[in-house]
Design a protein around this ligand. Sequence first.
Ligand code: SF4
Length: 220
Amino acid sequence: MASSNICDITPFTLQDFPDTPSCILWFSGCNMLCRYCHNLDIVFERTKKIEEEYILDFLRSRIGKLEGVVLCGGEPTLYKDLDLFVKKIKELGFKIKLDTNGSDLEAVKKILPYIDFVAIDFKSDITRFKNITRSSLFDEFYETLKYLIESNINLEVRTTYHHKLLGYETLNQMTLMLEQLGYKNSYYIQRANATEDFEESYYLDMSKIEKRTFEIKSRQ
Ligand code: SF4
């Protein structure tokens, strides 16, 4: 039986997929190592892997009770059989939301026909991206962001803010970039929580965020 990259299931959430009672499938492994990451066991794959068939059985048991499935992690697009797996989820009648760091446009393109909603993390503009994510994947992220905005999929762009990592000037550059790319949906900024070696971020002063053509909201 095929082992998946999925390491855990959250059986029910009302918060992670707009207007869609869902479960969450957690994918292990990530090609970034963000300084505020809370999922290091998942990132470093120090977790069990669940067989695909077990997950599909779980989803079959939720037909009529749940409407959606959220793919998050870690980074779901690292799973090599994601396109085949997503197709199977879709055949069961679920809506699918993808949470991604945007590092693999080709993987996103392959599954997009089956996806109903995408949330993409906008870690930073190029000036701080490497420092925050400890990766050199800004160009890959940018291409995915641009593609998703142009694709007209239901899209949410969001940023985790930490006062030591992102200043207001950078945040304003980022929203300007989104405006220039034609982004029209709400953009969310959430404060980073404390980690073992990173204290909680200071209060985010939304009055220092410049107005754009789309709505900018803070989210805790
Ligand atoms: S992209 Fe997400 S899962 Fe990966 S290291 Fe960053 S915060 Fe953690």
